[in-house]
Design a protein around this ligand. Structure first.
Ligand SMILES: C[S@@+](CC[C@H](N)C(=O)[O-])C[C@H]1O[C@@H](n2cnc3c(N)ncnc32)[C@H](O)[C@@H]1O
Length: 516
């Protein structure tokens, strides 16, 4: 339980006022000597420490108390507040969610540089990328890499340069995320110091940077390969559609500031976000040894990294289950024959779906698939089963299979909103934007108040430079969700609430303000 700090003079009712003040204050207010003399009691330190750890994973050890105090005083001065209690309650205030982001800008450690831990990039270039290209060979296959905790962009841009200099001839997606808005802003600008480029090989430096005085400007072609986005790694659940099916995740020197439990959660979410056999690069001091048994450790080119495998405990359990199931299946099939499936009642289907969803949420897509598969053999397999199986296939990166399953749905039921929506999402993952757009438009034809289809259409319009149409769709989502929060189809919302989607749309509208 989090403790609320005592307020000295102001009451809770004044938070909105404080928040407006905090937002209005631009620039940094000088701290008075009086403020510097404020002392942060042990209890207050713990309250801030726990709140920060809960919301960001970052854990302040006792020896960092002074550092934390200094950061808090800085923010308090910026917000015009003069005691820790007021500031703590400001952080808790639902009306002031942005303030925590401001604090994060101060407390996160942005230390990074190009080609940091060079051996890992050699392993990426010479082993991991060729392996993925070999294994993922269906038409339209892409290469999807997520740099989680990207700081000022050196890590994802290093990946982008390696790919730009290489021979991979397929669509590439590099997503780079962080919680520090300051770092993300600098990353998007792409201007670096000599210190930051110190390990860049000379031929890359000549090819991808322009030197201007003391600075190095990154080439536009590389900047355009990376999409930067705010994403907090400790906020669960990760959106299934957006944050799944990655081939490679880099998350280096991020969880070193976390406690083990928070790290375990993040790593397990990475496990779920990766395709079967996908790769994870962690920092050198971030071994998964006591954190997770869901990955195999590999060593190539002098670098350690991980590959998504079947967790050891699961392998044992699964062996037992398969052996057990073989026995029961034989007995049942002799007794009841295939009719056992055809005679399924709707509540049995509902139960199976619930169980499969639970397994999926626990990161066990294979097991979920196994319990659904007997029902799929029937030509009249229920839509809910087909949909769930398609979602699993999508999650596993088996896009062709996912398309086939959805096509079975829409062939039989051309008016299936969910079938068309999931097809749209699959085509998006496949990067076939034209077909994705077609499917989302079909959804809206069938159900004009489908918020997620509108949201995805907004993104697609924005990507092709149709900014007016994009703004319109985002605005439609905001209007819809404010009026009818239930128009957010929970099955596909990845646990995100209408409020989060509204916020996302508003920030996308703002980002498009000066475009078109
Ligand atoms: C030391 S930098 C590492 C940069 C880069 N990965 C590297 O290894 O060079 C750590 C980054 O992790 C980010 N970070 C910390 N907590 C985070 C969280 N909960 N979610 C996302 N990013 C986080 C920080 O903002 C910071 O930019």
């Amino acid at each position: 339980m989090r403790t609320r700090l005592e307020l000295n003079s102001t009451g809770r009712a004044s938070f909105t006022g404080v928040c407006i003040l905090a937002v209005q204050l631009v620039g940094r207010t000088r701290r008075s000597n009086q403020m510097n003399e404020l002392s942060l009691s042990e209890n207050d330190f713990r309250s801030f420490r726990d709140l920060i750890a809960e919301r960001s994973g970052i854990y302040f050890e006792p020896e960092k108390q002074e550092l934390l105090k200094d950061n808090l005083l800085q923010r308090m001065a910026d917000c015009g507040l003069s005691n820790f209690a007021e500031y703590f309650n400001l952080l808790l205030s639902p009306a002031c969610t942005k303030e925590f982001d401001h604090l994060l800008n101060l407390i996160t450690i942005p230390e990074t540089h190009f080609f940091r831990d060079r051996a890992q990039f050699r392993a990426l270039e010479r082993f991991v990328i060729p392996e993925i290209v070999k294994k993922k060979s269906y038409p339209g296959a892409s290469l999807r890499i997520w740099s989680a905790g990207c700081s000022t962009g050196e890590e994802p841009y290093t990946i982008a340069m390696i790919l730009a200099a290489g021979t991979v001839d397929r669509p590439i997606q590099i997503l780079a995320t962080d919680v520090s808005q300051d770092a993300l802003k600098a990353a998007r600008e792409g201007i670096y110091t000599a210190r930051s480029v110190r390990d860049v090989p000379q031929d890359y430096l000549n090819r991808f940077f322009i030197r201007k005085g003391n600075h190095y400007l990154l080439d536009e072609s590389i900047k355009q390969m990376v999409e930067f986005r705010y994403f907090n790694l400790v906020t669960e659940p990760y959106p299934l559609i957006e944050m799944s099916g990655w081939d490679i995740i880099f998350c280096r020197n991020v969880t070193i500031y976390f406690q083990a439990e928070a790290t375990r959660k993040v790593i397990h979410n990475f496990y779920r976000s990766l395709r079967e056999g996908g790769y994870l690069f962690a920092g050198y001091s971030e071994s998964l040894r006591y954190i997770s048994d869901e990955f195999d450790t590999l060593q190539q080119e002098g670098a350690f990294f991980y590959r998504k495998g079947v967790p050891k405990k699961e392998v044992r359990k699964k062996d037992r289950k398969i052996r057990g199931r073989r026995r029961t299946t034989t007995r049942r099939s002799r007794k009841q024959g295939p009719k056992a499936v055809a005679g399924t009642k709707s509540d049995e289907i509902a139960q199976i779906c619930a169980r499969a969803k639970e397994l999926l949420e626990r990161g066990k897509p294979q097991e979920a698939g196994e319990i659904l598969s007997p029902y799929l053999r029937e030509s009249s397999a229920p839509e809910s089963i087909l949909l769930l199986q398609a979602e699993i296939a999508l999650n596993q990166g088996e896009l062709e299979k996912a398309v086939q399953l959805c096509e079975r749905i829409v062939e039989r039921e051309p008016l299936s909103v969910a079938g068309h929506y999931l097809l749209g999402v699959i085509y998006l993952t496949w990067e076939d934007d034209a077909r994705a757009m077609e499917e989302f438009k079909k959804v809206l034809y069938l159900q004009p108040e489908h918020a997620l289809a509108r949201f995805n259409l907004g993104d697609l319009y924005s990507q092709v430079g149709q900014f007016d149409e994009a703004r319109l769709e985002y605005a439609n989502v905001v209007r819809l969700l404010k009026k009818m929060p239930e128009s957010l189809d929970e099955r596909f919302a990845g646990g995100f609430s209408p409020a989060v989607l509204i916020d996302t749309c508003l920030s996308r509208i703002r980002a498009l303000e000066n475009k078109g």
